[in-house]
Ligand binder design. Sequence first.
Ligand SMILES: Cc1cc2nc3c(=O)[nH]c(=O)nc-3n(C[C@H](O)[C@H](O)[C@H](O)COP(=O)(O)OP(=O)(O)OC[C@H]3O[C@@H](n4cnc5c(N)ncnc54)[C@H](O)[C@@H]3O)c2cc1C
Ligand code: FES
Length: 365
Amino acid sequence: MAILTTVISISIISGALALISVIADAFLNNYGECEISINDGDKKLKVDGGSSLLSSLSSRKIYIPSACGGKATCGLCKLQVISGAGPLLPTEEPYLTEEEREQGYRLSCQIKVKTDLVIKIPDELFNIRAFETTVASITQLTHDIKGLKLTLPEGESIKFKAGQYVQLHTKPYAKVKESVFRAYSIASVPSEQTAVELIVRRVPDGVCTNFVHEALNEGDTVTISGPFGEFYLRGDCTELVMIAGGSGLAPIRSIILHVLEKELDLNIHFFFGAVTKKDLYYLDEMGELADKHENFHFVPALSAPEPSDEWEGETGLITEVVDRYVENADDKEAYLCGSPGMINACLNVLGKKGFKEDVIFFDKF
Ligand SMILES: Cc1cc2nc3c(=O)[nH]c(=O)nc-3n(C[C@H](O)[C@H](O)[C@H](O)COP(=O)(O)OP(=O)(O)OC[C@H]3O[C@@H](n4cnc5c(N)ncnc54)[C@H](O)[C@@H]3O)c2cc1C
Ligand code: FES
């Protein structure tokens, strides 16, 4: 009996504490209307307090680069905050240099708008827009990769550099109630400005990739914003070494199509790595481009081909293949896109060949 009374008492106290906490939260998080003053007062926004600075700006159609959707894992949403941000959070520390901290840079996804803020936003970010696109086609490229073609509304166009990415905004689906956004590299050529192609690899339990793979259908509308990113063609050389794994083919394909379409004076060596044949895609397209263009050399490689693959191409890790083919760094730039593990291993190989940091460009995801 005594035990039962104790259990009931504890339950009542816990319930009361939870209720107090909910009520306190409702009061404490009611920050009212706050003003965000941008670039010496050139632009002033009135927003409801309580959301992150990143979301507050995005709700007013100012799109700050973000690849992780606000989880403090990409570090791309940095902005200079002159006042109103409060102390630096531990989640921000890994992404800010000493110099950036002194200049007031912060991760906009980690700052909650609780009071008036004074911030600076680079002018070029005001050109980034959101587009309500229509899903023109969905193609199953491999067992876990889908290709999307998204057309822009009539009369609208997107200008981007080959290699850049957009953010895809999901709608609530299944048990996922909130909308999230994630970065996807544009796989199509920049001269096509009324549609973009994306390549989306499914991540187990991933919110956005399962939205694309499970909930999105041809004819649906979906919002993208962009373009973003510093991974784009420089071309201050004569040879391009391009390395991709998995969905990392997306920005590499855009750069290859751009170089070939514009007939740029660049010799491309493209290494595409996968585990087995079922993980490879766009093989026919790349093969045809290699047949047609003398300056495009395509080397697909499998690290663990199945006997049923009847694979006659290169085998081994993509690093081993690159090591065999690329002799030196003379007059070359390298463009890499794939998993962090693949990129790190490739950086190591390229470093040994003499590639300096300023001629290597990569997107890890
Ligand atoms: C610049 C940039 C460009 C990108 N371009 C592409 C692209 O062209 N195609 C593409 O498919 N993806 C791309 N990504 C990755 C993409 O933005 C998402 O991170 C990815 O699709 C997972 O989103 P999600 O919402 O499904 O997973 P989340 O719900 O964010 O994650 C669910 C779980 O999976 C883990 N996880 C997240 N991402 C991965 C991953 N890639 N592999 C394994 N586990 C993971 C998380 O840690 C988490 O535990 C890009 C990322 C960046 C930064
Ligand atoms: S959005 Fe990725 S760290 Fe802020």
